[in-house]
Design a protein around this ligand. Sequence first.
Ligand SMILES: [Zn+2]
Length: 333
Amino acid sequence: MKYNLALLIFCIFTISCKNNHKKTNEELTISEKIISLKDTLDFGDFKVYNVYKTQAITYRKLKKETDSIKIANQIINDLLEPYPVIFKNCFSFSKLDFVSWNNKYINNDSIINKRIEFITKINLDSIIELNYKSVSELSGHKPTGAWYAYFFGYPDMCDMCGCDLNAMQLNLAYPELSKEYFQYLFPHELNHNIYDLTNGNDPDNKTVLWDIINEGFATYFSKKHSDLPITKAFTPYKNGDYNWCLKNEKKIFEKAKPILFSTNGSDFDDLGTSDRNTFIENSPGKLGYFIGYRIIEEYVKKNGEDSWKDVYNLPVRKLLEESGYEKYIKELK
Ligand SMILES: [Zn+2]
């Protein structure tokens, strides 16, 4: 009897252990991996919509479908209609365009499967969560707004872009994405989500200078947050690009000075692009980021190590004045 009881306990223990065995990521099939993804990450005032999960499910559902009307309707109902903020109000996709770029992925889902493997392997949700926490802690502010994470039909176009803090797309089809890349990207973007709110009411919020400071600050913050080398903080800079900017600092600022208070949005284009040779011949891109970054560096030199946090609430005109940057440039040879 004693022996039988022990055997019974052993059996129950073995069965319950077996039932509790949770498959590791490697053991899951691709469909199980997709189903295991969360639909939304909810941090209160900040949300991340994992649209890529719905994309992956919808594409798999439609893989064997031959009726093009059915395919189009399903894409519109499952993907376009539920996310009007990003797809309609921000990117204004026509139904035709939207169906067409999603359709490409149905027949060629190898990139989607590879990315799902990557996303589950690195546990993207937890990386975003950790960044949300560490960014909130370091900045003293909670990011607000919404990101829409999905496979964009034009993979190379941008890693993260959008319209405002409530409508940002994280393009998970972007070729360069890696765990290291997120160390630069997430703090940079979360800082935008903070700054848009803390300094969005600056009377100069429509000026080129405001854009310059917003980008320079995101760069400054991500360098500090993830302890990045300067080239990584200015991704996609190559070695030597930042030094080129330092050598040409006077030339860069003097060319930008007349448009600093322009409220014509397109005046920032050549300063904001990552493309080389735009604002100045033979230059790297992101020269606007460089100017903003240097203004903040000069401000911190004058006001102490922790004074970078002032940037969240300091009007950009005042920041420029108090940084002494114009005087610094004037004295440069
Ligand atoms: Zn940025």
